[in-house]
Design a protein around this ligand. Structure first.
Ligand SMILES: [Zn+2]
Length: 128
C-alpha cells in the first residue's frame, strides 16, 4: 500500500526531527495533503494507527489538512481552482496550466506535550 510506505517515511522523518528524550511527548503530527497528490487521507490514517502502535507516542493523533488544487494558466497567468482533472483555464481556455498547489504531501508540524513544541519548516515527502 502506497500510503503505508509514505507513512513509514513520515515517521522516520519525525524520529529524526524530534530529540530522543522528547519522542514520547508527541501529541500530534500535522500533514498537508494535496487533493491531487494521489494520496488517500483515510488510508494515511489507517497506516498511522497501525504503525504508531509500536512507537513511544502511540496515543498521538494524526491531523490532516487538505490542500485544494490551484493552477496558474501558462498563457494568461490567470489562477484558478480546476473543476475536474482537466486543468482548463476558465479565462482563455488554454490547457497548459501549472499546478501551484494540491500535489503536495508535507509534514508541517509536530506538537509536543510541553513548552518545546516543534514546528519545522514544511518537509515534503517524495511521492514517487
Ligand atoms: Zn488562461
Amino acid at each position: 500500500m502506497h500510503e503505508f510506505s509514505l507513512m513509514e517515511a513520515t515517521l522516520e522523518l519525525v524520529s529524526e526531527l524530534v530529540p530522543t528524550h522528547s519522542i514520547d511527548q508527541i501529541i500530534s503530527l500535522t500533514l498537508r495533503v494535496g487533493e491531487a497528490s494521489g494520496v488517500v487521507p483515510e488510508a494515511l490514517g489507517f497506516a498511522f494507527e497501525a504503525l504508531a502502535e509500536q512507537l513511544p507516542y502511540s496515543s498521538a493523533k494524526l491531523k490532516i489538512e487538505l490542500v485544494p488544487v490551484r493552477c496558474c494558466c501558462q498563457s494568461c497567468q490567470f489562477t484558478f481552482a480546476p473543476e475536474s482533472f482537466i486543468y482548463e483555464c476558465p479565462n482563455c481556455g488554454n490547457l497548459h496550466a501549472e499546478v501551484l498547489q494540491g500535489k503536495e504531501l508535507e509534514l508541517v508540524s509536530i506538537e509536543l506535550d510541553s513548552w518545546n513544541s516543534l514546528s519545522p519548516a514544511p518537509v515534503s515527502m517524495e511521492l514517487n
